[in-house]
Design a protein. Structure first.
Length: 316
């Protein structure tokens, strides 16, 4: 990596990563929760709240990133609403006059794809993994209604727009001076999890395969053993120096390894011991997860995660 890249990225990693769960809005003059900043040259991210989506944070509780290539801009995550996507576009225009040419949805969740309605209106191609597209087609209306419930007037203009481009395992996009490897490395956090790997800069925009400041949410029916296998295998094997996770500040592989598979392995070990001792689901919710209480959304997710891992491991 070029020295200037390493110096800037090291400074960004070294900067305090203040927990933002209890801060309602860090950028009140915008719909965005926080103003995008340049992590390494040409790679920007607007860091979302680590709290659940609310009216105050406008549903911006994930990272909205973009890359300026020299011949256009690639946006990673459509945003949680039409208005939020428009606010991100306003910030992009303040950085460059290059047009947005591609939007990538990192999964089929609302904060990744409901802003597609804005980007499609601009004539921008939208790409997602085929499983994420299936989730959008099947669950999109319900996801939209949920967003409308908390976002109220800020939901104005938002509709469900299915991406017009799909991929299965890998799609390579060359734009300007940048080569993007858009990857689905295997089952992890949810259907269609997508990672954007830029090997020339040793950076992966990881999406929800990787966590470090926020507790990983484990969905009903998730395969945590599969998540661990995907993370410890092909994701780690990328050899990324820098990681922009789906939630929380940009960091490195050591940090997200502790916060993701470190957490999942610990929880699985405790639930496994609970099952071996004849424990029931009703008690599994209360296995000791206190070492992870520093993670944002601990109170919302810890007991739910324990119950879902019990339901998974009971039949392994």
């Amino acid at each position: 990596m070029k020295p200037i890249f390493a110096a800037l990225a090291a400074a960004a990693i070294a900067a305090p990563a203040l927990a933002s769960e209890d801060i309602a809005d860090q950028y009140p003059q915008s719909e965005l929760y926080s103003k995008p900043y340049e992590f390494i040259p040409h790679v920007y991210s607007a860091i979302g709240a680590t709290a659940p989506p609310t009216y105050e944070n406008s549903g911006h509780n994930n990272n909205l990133s973009f890359v300026v290539t020299g011949d256009g801009v690639v946006v990673i995550n459509g945003g949680a609403s039409y208005r939020l996507a428009r606010a991100l576009h306003d910030e992009i225009k303040a950085v460059t006059d290059q047009p947005v040419k591609l939007v990538i949805n990192e999964n089929g969740q609302g904060h990744a794809m409901l802003g597609n309605s804005y980007w499609a209106e601009q004539g921008v191609d939208i790409l997602a993994h085929e499983e994420a597209i299936h989730e959008i087609e099947e669950e999109g209306d319900f996801i939209l209604q949920s967003m409308q419930g908390y976002n109220k007037d800020k939901a104005e203009g938002t509709s469900v727009v299915v991406p017009n481009l799909s991929f299965e395992d890998e799609k390579i996009v060359e734009m300007g001076d940048v080569t993007f490897h858009i990857l689905h490395l295997g089952p992890a956090h949810g259907p269609g999890d997508t990672q954007v790997w830029i090997p020339q800069w040793d950076i992966v925009i990881a999406g929800d395969i990787a966590f470090h400041e926020r507790m990983p949410p484990i969905f009903a029916g998730a395969c945590t053993s599969c998540w661990i296998e995907t993370f410890d295998g092909p994701f780690t094997e990328l050899g990324a120096t820098y990681v922009i996770p789906g939630h929380g500040h940009p960091t490195n592989m050591e940090s997200v390894t502790i916060g993701t598979t470190g957490y999942l392995k610990d929880l699985r070990a405790k639930i496994g011991e609970h099952i071996d001792n004849g424990g029931e689901l009703s008690d599994a919710y209360y296995v000791d997860q206190s070492q992870w209480k520093h993670l944002d959304t601990y109170e919302e997710l810890a007991t739910k995660n324990a119950g879902r891992v019990f339901e998974e491991m009971e039949w392994e």
